[in-house]
Structures are given as C-alpha cells and as structure tokens.
Design a binder for this molecule. Structure first.
Ligand SMILES: Nc1ncnc2c1ncn2[C@@H]1O[C@H](COP(=O)(O)OP(=O)(O)OP(=O)(O)O)[C@@H](O)[C@H]1O
Ligand SMILES: [Mg+2]
Length: 268
C-alpha cells in the first residue's frame, strides 16, 4: 500500500518588484494532504490548474521533498528508504508525465529510452536488457517489439510515444504508478487507447495507479476513488460515482459543471 500522511509542500515566496516593501508569503502548493492507494486500485486526482496535483504527484515519486508529512510505501518510510536504498525505491514507484515529446531525450533511440531505468539500476547484461525491453514494449501494445526497437522515437506518433513512456515506467515492474495528465496532450482518438492500456495494467498486473487529470469522462471509466483538490487542499474524497454524481462540496459541483463529462461508447 502507498500511503501519504499530511503532506505539505511550501515553496519560497516569489519576489515581486511591484511592492517591494511588502514581504511576500511563501507559496503553499500542497497543504496537509493524506491519501492511500492499494494494488489493483486507481485513485483519481482532479482540481483546477495550480491546485497542487502535480506537486503532490512529484512528492509521491520522490522528485520533490515534502516540507512536512510522511509517505509510506509497502510499510516503509519513503524518506528512510530514499536515504538507504534509492534504487529500491524506484523499483517500487514510477511516474508518467503529460508531455510524451518533452519527456523523451531526442538523442536516444527506442531501446535506449525504454532501458534507461535498468541502466540506472546498473543492469549491464545486453541479453537481459534486450529481453526486458521487448517485454516492456509488448506489454504496452508496441508490437512486434523488434520493429519498434530498431526505430527512433521521432518516428512515433504521440500515442506511441506515450506508450513508450509507459513502457519505460513499467520496465522495473513497479507496484505503483503516478500518471500526471498522461492523455492531455494526445488526440481524442487515441486517448481512450491509453486509458484502456492503463486499465489493463491495473486489472491484469495489479498495479496501483494515481491518475491526475482534468478529464472527468476518463476518471469515471478508470478510477475507483477520486480526490478533489483546491488550492493545495483535498476538499472531497470518495468512490468515483458518489463524488461525481452527488458531490458534497460546492467547489466539486463547479468543477464538474466546467468539465466535459460525456463518456463516449468507445470507453466501455
Ligand atoms: N518549483 C516551484 N516553485 C514555486 N512554486 C511552484 C513550484 N512548483 C509549483 N509551484 C506552485 O505550486 C502551486 C501548485 O502547482 P502544481 O503544478 O502542483 O499545480 P497543478 O494542480 O498540477 O496544476 P496544472 O493542472 O496546471 O498542472 C502553483 O501555485 C504553482 O505556481
Ligand atoms: Mg500539473
């Protein structure tokens, strides 16, 4: 289980020139956020831009250090685990980002891209790297893997690039995945393919997924539970249908009213 207990992240104040006599306040990006997610479960996080979703996600995967609070992964304190064995931590949790163009090094081919996490784990056996790369690509639907292994990411479409990013995240067989708006830069025609892929990884491989998005239709189709964030705080949390159909908080109602939520048939 992945558990966050009262996470807060504060950034130093932005220094403005307009009123230099005023001491600017620090930015509280996330305030006392708690959550938990278990294997085979999908937790959605929604909230308007700047509400702290990505900051929370980055803290969960160790890219950002919480100002206060604790994260536990499989019963271990993440701060201790990071100090003791950073590589073991990254074998448990990985992240997929919004931009499948910006998150791939343009100098790397598909093989180098997908095997990068294994190289960080000091795997040097070419046979092992080849086999794991092939397996990871096939699991995300890049088949036949041999064809993709020879090519360069710039030849891939946006959807194929995002699959490659998911393969790279999954190559270490993590139990937890944070996906931060993984479909928001993709064409609508392929976003459901990516959602179906994520769903399969959850149901067939028992992955625990934290899915950050603005897209309510995909939340309904993919998530078991959902959390609503506003200005760094979690204002509402519960089973996905309960929260979306009968929101308790005024902010959730406004958010739902502002988001497209029709679920097309292809989502089934
Ligand atoms: N490195 C940083 N330094 C200073 N402030 C930051 C930093 N990263 C984020 N913030 C601030 O923290 C707040 C939350 O940002 P965050 O990116 O987590 O929001 P978000 O919910 O992911 O938004 P979006 O939906 O646009 O991606 C914002 O006010 C943002 O300006
Ligand atoms: Mg964000």
């Amino acid at each position: 289980m992945l558990e966050a207990i009262s996470l807060t992240k504060t950034y130093p104040p932005r220094m403005g020139l307009s009123m230099p006599w005023r001491r600017p306040a620090p930015v509280v990006a996330v305030r006392a956020a708690s959550l938990c997610v278990a294997p085979g479960e999908v937790l959605g996080i929604i909230g308007q831009s700047g509400s702290g979703k990505s900051t929370l996600g980055r803290m969960l995967v160790g890219l950002e250090k919480p100002s206060s609070g604790r994260i536990m992964i499989g019963g271990e304190d993440v701060a201790d685990l990071l100090r003791r064995d950073r590589m073991a931590f990254y074998r448990r949790i990985q992240m997929v980002f919004q931009d499948p163009y910006g998150s791939i090094n343009p100098q790397h081919g598909v093989f180098e891209t997908v095997t990068r996490p294994l190289l960080y784990q000091r795997e040097r056996d070419t046979k092992v790297l080849q086999a794991r790369a092939k397996d990871a690509l096939e699991r995300v639907g890049l088949r036949p893997a041999a064809r993709y292994l020879e090519t360069h990411p710039h030849r891939l479409s946006g959807g194929q690039r995002q699959r490659l990013c998911i393969a790279r995240a999954m190559i270490l067989e993590p139990r937890y995945l944070v996906a931060d708006e993984p479909i928001s830069m993709l064409d609508v025609s392929i976003k459901w393919d990516i959602i179906r892929l994520l769903k399969r990884l959850v149901t067939e491989e028992g992955l625990a997924l934290i899915y950050i998005t603005h897209d309510l239709a995909t939340v309904r189709s993919l998530c078991h539970r959902v959390m609503i964030m506003r200005a760094g705080e979690i204002v509402e949390e519960g089973p996905v249908d309960a929260v979306l159909d009968a929101p308790r908080h005024e902010y959730t109602r406004a958010l739902i009213a502002a988001c497209p939520s029709g679920v097309p048939e292809v989502a089934a």
